[in-house]
Design a protein around this ligand. Structure first.
Ligand code: NDP
Length: 309
């Protein structure tokens, strides 16, 4: 099997390539230029645009190192080809770190303190409440939502998790479906979105959700820009319904220079960096996924195309 890596940015190190070849010697893994299109039977893709996967007539399987597969699923020519998500423990650690950092930053008022420092203003205010007084709701209890929820729980936050199917997780109050979300949203001080972008989650962060949140609550979007209605967010911030938003993902990336999000005092922007680990961190799971796929074993993280994630 010839496995082509399709991405300008995603490159295994030389040591990484050697490790893969040693573990699966009958597979040749290389960057796409190495192969003729008809020689490629599997691909490794990230979230880069213009993959044009329909140029590979003998493609049998796609390994995605991107946890979000919404763009990939838009390529209808791939309908019959299984997509297997490859996991990196480093990606989980990075997302856990990003989410806990941003939650603590909002909870402790560090965002306001950064602003005060810009104005050379010494305004003494002690922490007004403890983590257990702060309810963080995490939308999406997949691999990334779960590690973030557990970390926040260990820090003492009151954590609610929301998913499509019913779950039970120690220390986390688990809700599912729209009824569950409606039940809990009015208690939410900080809302973290870690949902995949699907037809059900598109624009889910909108005015009707914001209006149900307590006045002065905050939103962190680390999933996909399409999950957020940007106009509704700006309205909610401007009228004081929400106090802050942290955005790592946007419908258009890079975020255009003239976007009003850049200069908004109540918005923090990061350039889609929440969890982008070194490519080599995917290798162990990639080897396992390739071996399992070869013997026809059901992949642990095969994309359910009906659900869209
Ligand atoms: P998973 O596929 O592991 O989990 C998705 C979670 O969302 C599941 O808990 C699922 O519920 C839940 N869900 C899906 N649809 C709905 C719905 N309609 N209602 C309620 N819950 C729903 O995803 P990951 O944790 O791997 O990744 C989440 C997203 O994070 C990715 O899709 C990607 O867009 C984004 N991401 C962002 C990065 C960044 O750097 N900013 C990096 C990596 C990923 P159930 O458990 O019941 O199936």
């Amino acid at each position: 099997m010839n496995i082509a890596v399709i991405s300008p940015d995603f490159k295994f190190s030389e040591a990484g390539i050697k490790k893969i070849q040693a573990a699966i010697p009958s597979f040749l893994i290389a960057h796409e230029e190495t192969f003729q299109n008809d020689e490629v039977t599997a691909v490794i893709v990230d979230d880069s645009p213009n993959r044009q996967l329909n140029r590979f007539p003998n493609l049998k399987v796609i390994f995605s190192v991107s946890a979000g597969v919404d763009n990939l699923l838009e390529e209808s020519s791939l309908l019959d080809i299984p997509i297997i998500k490859v996991v990196s423990q480093d990606m989980l650690s990075l997302m856990r770190e990003y989410v806990t950092y941003q939650v603590i930053r909002l909870h402790r008022g560090f965002k306001q303190l950064e602003q005060l420092q810009k104005n050379s203003e010494w305004q003494w205010f002690p922490p007004s409440n403890t983590p257990s007084d702060c309810t963080v709701t995490i939308l999406g209890l997949g691999q990334l939502g779960l590690v973030s929820a557990k970390a926040l729980h260990h820090l003492g936050f009151n954590v609610i998790g929301w998913s499509k199917s019913e779950k039970q997780i120690d220390g986390i109050c688990c809700e599912h479906e729209l009824n569950g979300l409606n039940k809990t949203i009015s208690k939410t001080d900080i809302l973290v979105c870690l949902l995949p972008l699907t037809s059900e989650t598109k624009g889910i962060l909108n005015h009707s959700l914001f209006d149900k949140m307590p006045k002065g609550s905050s939103v962190i979007n680390v999933s996909r820009g399409g999950c957020l209605n940007q106009t509704d967010l700006l309205n909610a911030l401007n009228k004081g319904q929400l106090s802050f938003a942290v955005l790592d993902v946007f419908t258009t990336e890079p975020l255009p220079i003239d976007s009003e999000l850049w200069q908004h005092a109540q918005i923090s922007i990061t350039p889609h960096i929440a969890a982008y680990p070194h490519p080599d961190s995917f290798i162990d799971d990639l080897i396992l996924s390739i071996k399992n796929n070869e013997v026809g074993e059901q992949a642990r993280r095969i994309v359910n195309k009906k659900n869209g994630y």
